[in-house]
Structures are given as C-alpha cells and as structure tokens.
Design a protein around this ligand. Structure first.
Ligand code: 5RP
Length: 267
C-alpha cells in the first residue's frame, strides 16, 4: 500500500531547512554588514532563507564565502560578495564579520564541532574566527555527547607532499587507520581542496571534554583517550598539517537546530 508519510531523506531536508530558517530569523540582524556563509548542504537553506527576506533586507549586507561552493551560492542568490581578504580595513584592521553561519558534521554537548565533511574546513575556520558570532546550523542528527562518536573521523587538511609522513604520525598518536580522502569534490583521485591541499580523515575514539579528566585519565592520548583541546594542540604542531576540522573553544559559538522542534519532525 502506498504511504503518504515523508521518506527519511525528505525529513532530513526539512530538518536542515527548518534549522537554517530559524538560524537566520534569530541571528541575522537587518543592521549586520558583513556575513560569513559556510559550506555544505545545510548552508544552501541559509542562503535561501536570507534571499526569502527580500532584496531590501540584505541591501546593505556583504557576504563572505568559505570556498567555491558558497561563493556560487552567494552569487546565484544575487547577494553582494566579498572575499575574506578583500574586506575593508579600518585603522589598520580588516573589519570583523558581524556573524557567520555554517553547517557541522558533529556537535558535542559543549558545542565543540567536527567540520570538513565537504573539505572546506580551512576557509571555514578562517571565516569563523573573523566573525563576532559563529552560528552552527545543525539538525539533530549531528548532536553527540562527545565528538568522534557518530562522525568517527577528524578531517585534516594537509600539504600533499607531507601526506605520507602525516599519516604515520597520526598512527603513532593512536589514530588506527587514517586515510587520504578521495573522490570529493574532484570525483576522481584524491580530494583536492579549494586551497590545493588534500584531506586526511583520521579516526579517533570519542574525544574527552575537560570535565571528563581525572587523576587517572589525563586526556593525553594514553590508551587512545584524547581530550579535545590536547589533541588539537598536538595535531596543529605536526608539520604538513594546514588546518584541522576540530572547532573547539570558539567564543560566541551557538548551535541552532538541535532542539526538540526539529526532532519532532521525525516519524
Ligand atoms: C564542509 C563542512 C560542512 O559544513 C559540514 O560537512 C556539514 O555539511 P551538511 O550541511 O551538508 O551536513 O564542514 O567542509
């Protein structure tokens, strides 16, 4: 018998769209001037929500992309585009973005994020840190008590030349089977980022939060137990790593879409 119930994919799309429209409604002010636009499929709805407010709402706004995909979205919606390095400089400093919207692959209970599923993590982090307020738009599938629980790998952007050594060093740090990503977005061979780099997906056991640490568990990677900040600190020290997809300890990060209103749409 044919069912009128929406299928799982349609429910996911409606949760992403609802989160995006809510995020724009709650966090984009008509007085905002510079707005960061992240990457991924949820952000498509963020741009749709901004466009739905009409041209006069965004007439005085300028939109800063995190890569080629978001640049295309901004242009297609008829919004004003400005690359990160082209922002006006006032008193010797590039103006801050008022707010940046982006998706996430996983969000923990302290609002730390894994990002980089779409290979845009480096520019996403640059835009996020340039913004006064960072809004992670994530439907309830992305919610986890600890990172690396559902999304089991940390995306790491590397210089191609350094990839073999970085893979070895990651293994020595307790990542069982790190791999160079292939296929996306170039579809064949290695995944080449907008910055000409490669992505390594490095699995780690669920990442501890500072509140998980005890005298016995110090979060320094012994027995595979890493605390998120300590792991991030060690990763960024490895030569050849350009940026990591752990977004932790961000000032002003807020998440939209994890609440019951979106879970209620599940069958
Ligand atoms: C791209 C990202 C994306 O924001 C993340 O992968 C979420 O994507 P989606 O909204 O399609 O689930 O970090 O590098």
């Amino acid at each position: 018998m044919a069912s009128n119930a929406p299928n799982a994919a349609a429910l996911i799309e409606s949760a992403k769209k609802a989160a995006a429209f809510q995020a724009v409604e709650d966090h984009l002010s008509p007085t905002d001037k510079f707005v960061g636009i992240g990457s991924g499929s949820t952000v498509v709805y963020v741009v749709e929500a901004i466009a739905a407010k009409g041209p006069s709402f965004s007439a005085n706004m300028t939109f800063v992309p995190t890569g080629s995909q978001s640049k295309g979205l901004i242009r297609a919606a008829g919004l004003r585009l400005c690359n990160l390095d082209e922002r006006p400089v006032v008193d010797g400093v590039s103006v801050a973005l008022d707010v940046a919207f982006d998706g996430a692959d996983e969000v923990d209970e302290d609002l730390n994020l894994i990002k980089g599923g779409g290979a845009c993590l480096f520019q996403e982090k640059l835009v996020a840190v340039a913004a006064k307020k960072f809004i992670a738009v994530a439907d309830s599938r992305k919610q986890s008590p600890r990172l690396c629980t559902k999304w089991k790998t940390i995306p790491i952007e590397v210089l191609p030349l350094a990839a073999p050594d970085v893979l070895n060093r990651l293994k020595a740090m307790g990542s069982p089977n790190p791999v160079v990503r292939s296929g996306l977005p170039s579809k064949a061979g290695e995944c080449v980022t907008d910055n000409g780099m490669w992505i390594i997906d490095a699995p780690f056991p669920p990442l501890l939060l500072p509140k998980d640490l005890t005298a016995e568990v110090d979060g320094n990677g012994k027995n595979g137990a890493w605390e998120i900040g300590k792991l991030a600190e060690e990763l960024v020290k490895l030569p050849g790593i350009v940026e990591i997809g752990l977004f932790h300890g961000f000032n002003g990060v807020q998440a939209v879409g994890l609440g019951k209103q979106f879970q209620a749409q599940k069958p």
